[in-house]
Write a protein that binds this ligand. Structure first.
Ligand code: HEM
Length: 350
């Protein structure tokens, strides 16, 4: 039995992500058929949640009831322990949790390997006694942060001058993409896409890491004794520190693009702590980054329709403050429109 959380990586990650990406496109096609106006958060959630749940737990796992239960469960959680103590949640949340436990217990033959052998994903001594709680934790972890992270990336992009989205499209085409075909999503092939996703995480995520000191040590001016709990909150101490990121409250799309002729940045996207770090980082980081890039690419670059704000003056909403998510959702969503473009090229309609 594994004693720790193992990261989703290698062929397992590639297979899981391949399924996710196919389902993502299929979901968008079904949802967008015949419609032109959407609630952005709702659109992203319907497309991403169904793709993530069906790629992890097997096709047919997703249903609108599963999504409704996920909301009730997630909203009722007052700690990051994912309901290990059901009394922490409200009655509606506890009922939703029970239904979701039945859903994740119903293992399908096409479920991802990480779900079939959960001991590789989650340290069960930590999430025991209920074996399926670990699977529910994976469902929660896989969705609670990715959907808001995609929302913040896309809303920030829609508020940028059109040239930024045009540059992203050019990068998409240069990486082999077309309105109906996928492009290479690697950081090397897509430095701007990697940068906008990293920048949205830097600006909007509020990750926490809790650690216990193994020995007496000093961090900066703080003396920490062996056995003491340490709370790491990099939003204030790193992500929004002007010494690390000048104009930290401004969304700069190419902040993380390495610029020729400039010395490498002291703080690049590898030093972001949106996924935690050190001894226990998020095991879903690789999947989450690919899922975010694929969603942004699909909605901004790969569609035969142009995504825009329904009201160009609609401001970027505030984030919810009381949440256990690492990337909080917005307090309200924003309406967006899809305007048909030429089906065989990237041009906007005249
Ligand atoms: C944008 C998306 C995501 C963000 C921002 C995020 C962030 C985080 C953070 C900050 C932690 C705590 C790490 C620490 O203690 O230092 C964490 C833990 C965790 N994440 Fe993620 N995560 C994301 C996506 C995912 C995905 C896609 C999965 C699964 C497929 C996942 C599964 C988990 C699990 C199981 C843990 C608990 C690990 C443990 O306690 O040892 N996360 N995540």
């Amino acid at each position: 039995m594994q004693t720790g959380v193992q990261a989703l990586a290698g062929p397992q990650l590639q297979m899981l992500f391949g399924r996710f990406q196919s389902l993502l496109a299929k979901n968008l096609q079904a949802i967008a058929a015949g419609k032109t106006q959407f609630d952005l958060l709702d659109l992203i959630e319907k497309v991403m949640f169904a793709a993530s749940v069906d790629s992890l737990f097997g096709e047919g796992t997703y249903s609108p009831q599963v999504l409704a239960d996920f909301h009730a469960f997630s909203n009722s959680m007052s700690t990051r322990s994912a309901g290990s103590d059901p009394s922490l949640g409200n009655a509606k949340g506890v009922e939703a949790r029970e239904r979701l436990l039945k859903v994740v217990a119903n293992k399908r033959p096409d479920a991802a390997e990480a779900i079939k052998s959960l001991s590789t994903l989650v340290n069960d001594s930590k999430y025991a006694p209920e074996a399926h709680l670990a699977a529910l934790m994976a469902m929660w972890g896989a969705n609670v942060n990715t959907v808001p992270s995609a929302f913040w990336t896309i809303i920030q992009l829609l508020h940028q001058p059109a040239q930024v989205r045009d540059q992203l499209k050019q990068e998409h085409v240069a990486a082999g993409g077309h309105p109906t075909t996928r492009a290479d999503l690697s950081e090397e092939a897509r430095p701007l896409l990697h940068s906008v996703v990293s920048e949205a995480l830097r600006l909007h995520s509020r990750p926490n890491s809790y650690r216990v000191a193994r020995s007496d040590c000093t961090v900066g001016e703080y003396a920490i004794e062996e056995g003491q709990w340490v709370w790491i909150y990099p939003r204030a101490s790193l992500h929004h520190d002007p010494a690390a990121f000048p104009d930290p409250l401004q969304f700069q799309p190419s902040r993380f693009v390495a610029k020729e002729g400039h010395p490498p940045m002291e703080f690049d996207s590898a030093s972001l702590r949106a996924f935690g770090g050190g001894t226990g980082p998020c095991p879903g980081k690789g999947f989450a980054l690919l899922a975010l890039k694929a969603t942004v690419d699909l909605l901004i670059n790969q569609s035969t329709a142009q995504l825009g704000l329904a009201d160009p003056n609609a401001p970027i909403p505030e984030a919810v403050t009381e949440t256990v998510a690492s990337t909080p959702p917005p307090v309200h969503s924003v309406d967006v429109t899809f305007t048909k473009t030429c089906s065989s090229c990237h041009r906007r309609p005249a």
